[in-house]
Design a protein around this ligand. Structure first.
Ligand SMILES: *Cc1c(COP(=O)(O)O)cnc(C)c1O
Length: 238
């Protein structure tokens, strides 16, 4: 019967969510690659970090199965519950901590993360350095800059950024790989993206992490090397 073709096509995919995460992921991958090429860079120049916060291991596994390796989580405790088991089965996966980090969570973050994107104050730099010595490993580190100088937001204020970046470079050497920002929700983020990319270049740092579901193509046009995309891949968060 002609119906059989349909059965064959859909039979292996028992979970509808598996289809939609893989489909959304591949659509985002295409848009990331096209934006990179439009900005004059290589098709694979921009790394997609899939932000899986609030989503369960099953959702992460679906993305992994679709070839996604870099994931972002904003809470260390949540990441420590979700990731060790997945990582045992998928050693190539990389965990980025992208949320504000308390100093008392630094050791867990250093143990778990491949990249900590939210180094934003001297006390945290001290805690990470101590934890790295204790754990015998140092994740890659990004300095988060509060590019809009918004009082409620984490990130080093723009006025102190150059000094703090220089201090972190002296302390962490090549483990300090770049800068990260979350621009103000209102208004055109372009000037903030430009500011961050220019600052990274000035400090000879290769990684520029900026751009989320709503603005990752614009961020790539302004020099992002890493984009952090959550809801466009995994759906909305409750
Ligand atoms: C949640 C989050 C993202 C992803 O946001 P979406 O709009 O869901 O893509 C990116 N960066 C940070 C720091 C986040 O906390």
């Amino acid at each position: 019967m002609t119906k059989r073709g349909h059965v064959m096509t859909y039979a292996p995919m028992t979970d509808p969510a598996a289809i939609s995460i893989a489909d959304r992921l591949s659509a985002i991958r295409v848009r990331v690659a096209e934006a990179a090429v439009r900005s004059g860079r290589a098709v694979n120049a921009v790394t997609l970090v899939a932000v899986s916060k609030t989503h369960d291991q099953q959702a992460i596994l679906q993305a992994l199965t679709a070839g996604q390796l870099s994931f972002g989580e904003n809470r260390v405790q949540e990441a420590s519950q979700k990731f060790p088991q997945l990582r045992a089965d998928h050693p190539a996966m990389r965990l980025h901590i992208i949320g504000g980090l308390q100093t008392n969570k630094a050791r867990d973050a250093v143990r778990l993360a491949d990249v900590i994107e939210t180094l934003d104050r001297p006390r945290l730099a001290e805690a990470i350095a101590l934890a790295a010595a204790q754990e015998g490993r140092t994740p890659d580190l990004l300095v988060q800059v509060n590019v809009g100088d918004e009082p409620q937001k984490s990130g080093i204020p723009t006025a102190g950024a150059d000094d703090f970046i220089a201090e972190c470079k002296a302390r962490f050497g090549a483990s300090l790989t770049g800068l990260m920002c979350i621009p103000p929700a209102e208004g055109d983020p372009s000037p903030h993206f430009d500011w961050l990319a220019e600052r990274a270049a000035r400090h000879h740092l290769p990684v520029v992490s900026m751009g989320m579901s709503g603005d990752f193509e614009l961020a790539i046009a302004h020099g992002a090397t890493h984009v952090r995309v959550g809801s466009a891949i995994f759906g909305s968060r409750s």
